[in-house]
Write a protein that binds this ligand. Sequence first.
Ligand code: BJ8
Length: 426
Amino acid sequence: MTNDYRPMWTGLGLNLEAHDALLKVLGEAYQGTFLSQKNHPEGMSYFDFVMSEVHGLRIKELQDVRSEGRKVVGTFCVFVPDELILATDAISVGLCAGAEFGFDEAERFLPRNTCSLIKSFFGFKLNRVCPYIEATDLLVGETTCDGKKKAYEIFKAIQPNLYVMEVPQMKTAQDRALLKSEYLRFKEELERLTGVVITAERLKRGIQLVNSRRKALSRLAVLRAADPAPISGLDALLINQVAFYDDPVRFTDAVNKICDELEGRVGAGEGVVPQGAPRILLSGCPMAVPNWKLPAIIENAGGVIVGEESCVGERGIRNLVDDNGGDVDTLMEAIVGRYFKIDCAIFTPNPERLDHVMDMVARYHADGVIHYALQFCSPYMVESYRVEQELSSRGIPALRIETDYSQEDAGQLRTRVEAFLEMIRK
Ligand code: BJ8
């Protein structure tokens, strides 16, 4: 990091000793996983820099913005519409945590059999190691899976600025009406928080900012259809992870720049792996920073990940919001229409997700699918059965993996992934 941020971290109430330990682990993991890759595109230097300053410069930017009176809103789920947050000039940051940190403390509040993602944000909070949580003026939870929904009841006592949004579980007309009413309630909450009234003009600007970010990420996704793939799955995942907390305009620009470079690679037939390397679609739970275990295992074993059917991936960026409406209600309808299409496994039934997995296999020329579910995540663990069935009915190789944030099963996962890649190669 370029500066001494310790006074800022102290001001945010961080536990400096625990925070140093976290940064050390994060720095080593990043160094070993990303910077040692072959053919790392030049355009990744921006994202390497963002990662090196993940708890430094970006937090300082948030604090500077707050001192001007603007607000920071933290989110845990892609159902929370960034368009509304940006329409109030507030900043949106994704808060999902991907490290096994503070789990002992988390387990004082939560059952051991809780997914790592939930335990991780509890652990980060209880250990006071996440400057993002501490820099938020409003934290938005949502009633997606049972684990999160019940955990927020407990989290509220530790983090009083938590607001919970209800998310429907089915896709009927009543469910759509519920989502709309929840988005209108959220709009009011944001207006109260920021003192800004969301006009059609503001909302349009918010929509356009998020659409531009999604378009850039979709451009990156499409380039990965090339064989050889011009970028590793690890780098592409990192870009998708950074999307959740970087400034949207600066981020979009950086993604478009790396896409220009990758287009050159595709045109020249250059890639990060030899042509014909096994191409894998990852499908399932979202992967938050620094959860890189499985992708690193796959790519170190000679495979290349060509797409993520995940919220930190295509599920989070698919579909734009129509920005043609001239009034707030039309624009709100367009936002609801876009988000109501999200095919998270919390929905029942959820046939769209199966269609999307098959569609992604075809578009990115995947040779096989690795379904990734966090242990104790019932929605994705249960749904993996149907995904596997659908894939096998079409003769597409599939591997189901259930894991957590620990490194304990790394050896066993490596063996299973290597055997899977070997089978695909034959
Ligand atoms: S829209 S995937 S971001 S809910 S892994 S906490 S589901 S037990 S993260 Fe998600 Fe929104 Fe859905 Fe996407 Fe629960 Fe499963 Fe844990 Fe999960």
